[in-house]
Structure formats: structure tokens, C-alpha cells
Write a protein that binds this ligand. Sequence first.
Ligand code: NAG
Ligand code: NAG
Ligand code: NAG
Ligand code: NAG
Length: 193
Amino acid sequence: MAAKSCLLSATILYFLLLGCFVISDAKQTSKKIRAKRNPCKSLVFYFHDIIYNGQNSHNATAAIIGAPAWGNKTILAGQNHFGDLVVFDDPITLDNNLHSTPVGRAQGFYIYDKKDIFTAWLGFSFVFNSTQHKGSINFAGADPLMNKTRDISVIGGTGDFFMTRGVATLMTDSFEGEVYFRLRVDIKLYECW
Ligand SMILES: *[C@@H]1O[C@H](CO)[C@@H](O)[C@H](O)[C@H]1NC(C)=O
Ligand SMILES: *[C@@H]1O[C@H](CO)[C@@H](O)[C@H](O)[C@H]1NC(C)=O
Ligand SMILES: *[C@@H]1O[C@H](CO)[C@@H](O)[C@H](O)[C@H]1NC(C)=O
Ligand SMILES: *[C@@H]1O[C@H](CO)[C@@H](O)[C@H](O)[C@H]1NC(C)=O
């Protein structure tokens, strides 16, 4: 009886340990892949967001479309804009000049989603229409705006970027009050077709 339960415990222990090794091995492998793999494509773009402020409807590229009950759709709300939802259709350029010929549009939304710090959640696409690039790249992720750099996910693409995946590093390149900001986007694609 005692021998049998001992054998049973030994078997359970064996499988538990095996489980540990399998898990730690998988972790090791994913770390190794991350360290060793180089991106199959690297791209840098800038996009320019001009937020509607009550007076600039002719050149605004972004508008508040949802606001918390204590705010309104003209001015971003207090408490780090918590609850504001902004939709945008921003020009994408190859350099940091708003007036350079755009290669496409950054289209999507951001939601301010934390009261006590300045942070947002981004979901958008780069829709290209230039001689260099045709198609789109789709992005999603948290954007803690006060960080110098923020990584978001490249979750897919179409056309030249068919089925792509990777990481995009965002940097605030310019910030002028609550009306204009410019983001630099360093895209590293790890899956290219
Ligand atoms: C929007 O247009 C006005 C009038 O043309 C101009 O003064 C202003 O600088 C523009 N804003 C931006 C961010 O380009
Ligand atoms: C929107 O909110 C801002 C800031 O609270 C306020 O100054 C402005 O008058 C409001 N605008 C409208 C149209 O309610
Ligand atoms: C793409 O660019 C071409 C050439 O400039 C233009 O004719 C076409 O309307 C553009 N398409 C979109 C979806 O912007
Ligand atoms: C933001 O910066 C903090 C402190 O430097 C860091 O711990 C955190 O991982 C960063 N978050 C992102 C999403 O980059």
C-alpha cells in the first residue's frame, strides 16, 4: 500500500518536474528568438495630428467623438483626458515636416484610459498610397504618452504588407499644446511575405 502510493507520488513529481522543464525551455526559446532574430523590414514614418479645438475645423485632422459626462467634444477633458475618444485621419510623411508630400494616411482612434496618468490606447492603420508603398499596416496597443518611447504591436497588414507582424516604437517628436502633435514611428517587421 505504502509502496504503491509512494510510486504514485514519484510519478506525479516526475510529471510536475517535466512540466517545469518544458515551460522554462519554452521561455528560454522565446527569449533566444527575440535576441537573435533580425527584422525582415524596418521603416520609419512620421504622422501629424491636428486636434479640433473649436476654431480649426478646416485643417483639423482629428476630432473628439466621445467625451465623459463632465467634459465636452470641443476640448479634451480634465483628469488626463480620461474618457475622451478621438478619431483621426492624419497625413503620414517620410520626414518630420507637416507640409511634406504625404505617402499615406494614419487612420483610427485613441482613447484616454487612465485618470491618474496621461496614457491612451491606440488602434489605427497606416493606409499607403504612394509609389513606394501600397497597402496597409495595422497597429494596436497601449501608449503611455509620458514615456520617451512606447512599443505597440503591428498586428497585420495588406498589399505590400500582406500578413505582416512586428513591433512599432512610437516617439513624440513634437507636441504643441493640445492642438498639434507629431509622432515618429519606427516599424520593425518580423514577418514578411
Ligand atoms: C491651420 O490653419 C491655419 C490657417 O491657415 C494656420 O494658421 C494654422 O497654422 C494651421 N494649423 C496647423 C497646425 O497647421
Ligand atoms: C467645453 O469644456 C471647456 C472646458 O471645460 C469649456 O471651456 C468650454 O466652454 C466647453 N465648450 C462647450 C461648447 O461646452
Ligand atoms: C491614390 O493616389 C492616386 C494618385 O495620386 C489617386 O488618384 C487616388 O485617388 C488615391 N487613392 C486614395 C484611396 O487616396
Ligand atoms: C514606460 O516607462 C517605464 C519607466 O521607464 C517602464 O517601466 C515601462 O515599461 C514603460 N512602458 C512601456 C509600455 O514602454
